[in-house]
Design a protein around this ligand. Structure first.
Ligand code: KIV
Length: 274
């Protein structure tokens, strides 16, 4: 595999993330849900692409991630994997597809890898899913953990709230992250965690932490791409909008509509003369 300048493309593997942490190099991760955006983010040098269950609220018009199905995750994962040459592709196990047992998690992860082509999977939870992580990692399935605010448990957590506030909660969160590491996870997402708590977890763990709303000290950062690129009307406080794609797309659609109505498009150049 070569890039456009002829240099061989080296796939990102899970051990590269651990090496990045050891060298103090930051890891970049973005969500991706389809082939064209996956290609763009991969070409831009993003290390990890997450086919998040956030596909539900960002692409499928749902208000939460809860309704997302395994079939939908397989479908979107396949599209992302088809476009990627370098990035590690991680697919989320959606709500209801892994919690009941380690065997259930294994069966779902196998589908995401065999049918979707995912390189690794991610699911939410700390100590309560440590056995699940252990079964998967001991059978050849790399697992990324996810603690702090876990959107699939939004109804139990009482909404989108910062997790790990106060000494006891911070200690529980650290123990959850350690349990995932001990079970064989290769990295852990920390979502909406106070920056000092995320910094402490990052220091304690040998595996990388990937933060979202968890401050500057995590080993890497992840954002939902529509928040990062300004496709959504609103982005959470912890996200930076690097573009205003919604405005750009709206202006393009308006210009197109005007050109069609005024007969400025198509021109001769766009037409087949025979
Ligand atoms: O589904 C998702 O996009 C995620 C990120 C918020 C980490 O899990």
């Amino acid at each position: 595999m070569n890039d456009s300048s002829g240099t061989p493309v080296r796939r990102v593997r899970v051990h590269h993330l651990r090496q990045a942490k050891e060298r103090g190099e930051r890891i970049t991760m973005l969500t991706a849900y389809d082939a064209p955006t996956a290609r763009i983010f991969d070409d831009a040098g993003t290390d990890v692409l997450l086919v998040g269950d956030s596909v539900g609220d960002n692409m499928l018009g749902q208000s939460t991630t809860i309704p997302v199905t395994v079939d939908q995750m397989v479908h979107h994962t396949r599209a992302v994997v088809s476009a990627v040459r370098r990035a590690l592709v991680v697919a989320d196990l959606p709500f209801g597809s892994y919690e009941a047992s380690a065997q259930q998690a294994h069966a779902t992860a196998v589908r995401l890898m065999k049918e979707g082509g995912a390189h690794a999977v991610k699911f939410e939870g700390g100590r309560r899913v440590a056995d699940h992580v252990h079964l998967l990692t001991s059978t050849g399935i790399p697992v990324m953990g996810h603690v702090g605010f876990t959107p699939q448990s939004e109804n139990v957590l009482g909404g989108k709230r910062v997790q790990g506030r106060g000494d006891d909660a911070a200690q529980r969160l650290t123990e959850d992250a350690l349990a995932l590491q001990d079970a064989g996870a290769f990295a852990v997402v920390l979502e909406m965690v106070p920056a000092p708590v995320a910094a402490r977890v990052t220091e304690v763990l040998a595996i990388p932490t990937i933060g979202i709303g968890a401050g500057r000290e995590c080993d890497g950062q992840v954002l939902v791409w529509t928040d990062m690129a300004g496709l959504s009307d609103w982005s959470p406080r912890f996200a930076q909008r690097y573009a205003e794609l919604g405005t750009v797309l709206g202006a393009a659609a308006q210009a197109y509509n005007e050109d069609v109505r005024s007969r400025a498009f198509p021109t001769e150049a766009h037409s087949f003369t025979e």
